[in-house]
Structures are given as structure tokens and as C-alpha cells.
Write a protein that binds this ligand. Structure first.
Ligand code: NAP
Length: 304
């Protein structure tokens, strides 16, 4: 298939591009800079210049493809409302272009959007309507217009070499404060997946996914956050400590909310329906590998 990939230059998108090309697909990757275009060419993809704000570029990219994988997102947490709205508009535009054909659209969402404090989130759960990110609602509304959208939910830690998400941010905080902390008893759980396993799942959903279905790219169902803190403490050689909920806001800043949730998620239905089997290291094994700490001094807040 010829697949239009948005976010093709990102942490997850680059792995998706490689997965697709290795499996014999052609990739048309969205690039908004010369550097992005160059990296796509080097990866063996065709370049489609444009951006999330340039809806015509999304229309023409989707029109030229047999299917679309949407991973681009403006990760500006200080301006989240407009970022979520840009995502909603992009999905509406991509899906509107594919409507009336049998060409699939796979959009990206998160398991945190369906988390139910402590209960195992499943593919059947609906997203929390109070979240500003409306990727799923936008995609599923397209089904009524004759499009074939599927939802791929990712856990809060998609890890691997080049990670610049929550885990490096936790490493940066531990390094700055001289302690690696968890909140309360640290038994609250985070699900996780390696980026290469996630990329493989995008391909399976593209090739075999059901329109209107949600899939969970979850390898580790729920890793206690104190185990994550312990692995970071080992990597940095700093003490591992508990912070109360009150202290956590000061210690972790905006990340306190995310690191404090108990958000286990299942991928049983995804594995059953698509035969997906994650094979890469789990988040703790990945943290025990040295690459997370080689550049610990450079760890910065997530898209600060
Ligand atoms: N990483 C995680 O742990 C994680 C966890 C859960 C969910 N997710 C979701 O997974 C998806 C991919 O995440 P990621 O970690 O790969 O993100 P990332 O590394 O930050 O990459 C974001 C991608 O979006 C592109 N992009 C940003 N703003 C754009 C704009 N205005 N127009 C066009 N393209 C734009 C970037 O292009 P440039 O290269 O030009 O900047 C890049 O290709 C996102 O939806 C994210 O929310 C990620």
C-alpha cells in the first residue's frame, strides 16, 4: 500500500515509517522542515511537504494514498487546547478525504484518556469526555460519513532509544533534585510499550484492523511507578524516596498528575484480534539498558 504518515519524523512515526517500508509498503511522509524531509528521504520514504495547520496539505497527502496513519501532534502542554483542536481538525480533514472509499485511517490516542483509576482499561472503554483531546471522537464521527477509521491507543510510556517523553522527564527531575521519587506507596501503575512494538501494531491495524475499532498498544499492563523510580535511581545512582501527594506537586510539577494515576490497561482484545505479540524489552528492562542515562544531563521537560 502507499501510506500517508503524519508525524513521520517523530519518535513513534520514524519507527512506523521503517516498519512499513520493511514490510514492502510505500510511505509518503508529512514533513514541515527541510531537516524532516531529508530524514524521510534517507529512510526511503517519499516526502509530502505540509503541516497540521495547512489542511490542503493533509487533503492532498491523503488523496494520494491507499491509507493514512496519523501520529503528528503538537506537544505543547502549555497550550493544549489549540493543539487538541488542530488534531481534531486534521483528523476531520484526513477522514473527510478518505470518506466513501475503503481506505483506512488509523489515528493515535492514549490509554490515559480511558483510564478509570485502578480498573484495567480495555479497548471497549470510551474516552473520558472531559479530556480536551478529541482524537477518538473526531475519528469515530467519520464512520458516519463513510470513512474507515480505527483508533490506536498508546500508553503513557512509549519507550526506546530516542524517547523524549515522560520517562526522560522523570530522569531529568531525579537528576535535578538528587532523588528519584514516587508518589505515596508507589503502587499506582503505568502501562508501557516499546516504540518498535507500537510501530508493528500500527502496521497490523493498517493491514487487518476493523473500521470503528479501538486497539491498545500495551505491552506492560501496569508497572508500579515505584519500580520505574527505582530503575531511575539505579541508573543515576541517587536515592529512591516516596513523596506525599502534597509534596509531589512541588517535586514533579505538572507531571505529578500523570505520575500519580493508577492507569493499568489491557491489550488482550488487540492481541486476540490482530495476533500482535510485543517482543521488545519492557520499560524496566529498557531503563536498565544504558541508553536512557547516557545523555541524562540533557534530559529536559517534555516539550517545555
Ligand atoms: N511518546 C509517547 O510516550 C506517547 C505516549 C502516548 C501517546 N503518544 C502519542 O503518539 C503520537 C506520536 O508521538 P511521538 O512521541 O512520536 O511525538 P513526537 O516525537 O513529538 O513527534 C511529533 C510529530 O508530529 C509532528 N508535528 C508536530 N507539530 C506539527 C505540525 N504543526 N504540523 C505537522 N507536523 C507536526 C512532528 O514534526 P517535526 O519532526 O517537524 O517536529 C513529529 O513528526 C502523538 O499523538 C502522541 O501524543 C505518544
Amino acid at each position: 500500500m502507499r501510506v500517508f504518515v503524519t508525524g513521520a519524523t517523530g519518535f513513534i512515526g520514524t519507527a512506523v515509517v521503517r516498519e512499513l517500508i520493511d514490510a514492502g509498503h510505500q510511505v509518503l511522509g508529512l514533513a514541515r522542515s527541510d531537516a524532516g524531509a531529508k530524514s524521510l528521504v534517507a529512510a526511503g520514504a517519499e516526502v509530502h511537504r505540509g503541516s497540521l495547520e495547512d489542511l490542503d496539505s493533509l487533503r492532498s497527502g491523503a488523496a494520494a494514498a491507499d491509507g493514512v496513519i496519523h501520529t503528528a501532534f503538537i506537544h505543547d502542554f502549555s497550550n493544549y487546547g489549540p493543539a487538541a483542536e488542530a488534531d481534531r481538525r486534521a483528523i476531520d480533514t484526513l477522514g473527510g478525504t478518505l470518506a466513501g472509499s475503503d481506505r483506512p485511517l488509523i489515528i493515535t490516542s492514549g490509554t490515559l484518556l480511558v483510564q478509570r483509576q485502578g480498573a484495567l482499561a480495555t479497548e471497549e472503554d470510551a474516552p473520558n469526555p472531559n479530556f480536551p483531546r478529541k482524537s477518538e471522537e473526531a475519528a469515530l464521527a467519520l464512520a458516519a460519513r463513510g470513512a474507515r477509521p480505527s483508533v490506536l491507543r498508546l500508553p503513557p510510556s512509549v519507550h526506546g532509544n530516542g524517547d523524549h517523553g515522560f520517562v526522560p522527564r522523570l530522569i531529568g527531575i531525579a537528576q535535578e533534585k538528587g532523588v528519584s521519587a514516587y508518589i505515596g506507596d508507589g503502587l499506582n501503575r503505568w502501562p508501557a510499550v516499546h516504540r518498535l512494538d507500537a510501530a508493528h501494531l500500527y502496521r497490523l491495524v493498517l493491514e487487518k484492523g476493523t473500521a470503528g475499532a479501538s486497539y491498545h498498544g500495551v505491552a506492560d499492563e501496569g508497572v508500579p511507578t515505584r519500580e520505574i523510580a527505582a530503575a531511575i535511581g539505579r541508573g543515576l545512582n541517587v536515592p529512591v524516596v516516596s513523596k506525599s501527594r502534597e509534596e509531589a506537586a512541588d517535586h514533579f510539577g505538572w507531571l505529578a498528575h500523570f505520575f500519580g494515576v493508577d492507569a493499568p490497561a489491557s491489550s488482550a482484545q488487540t492481541r486476540e484480534r490482530l495476533g500482535w505479540r510485543p517482543v521488545q524489552p519492557g520499560v524496566i528492562a529498557d531503563l536498565n539498558a544504558e541508553h536512557y542515562f547516557e545523555h541524562a544531563a540533557d534530559a529536559v521537560p517534555l516539550h517545555s
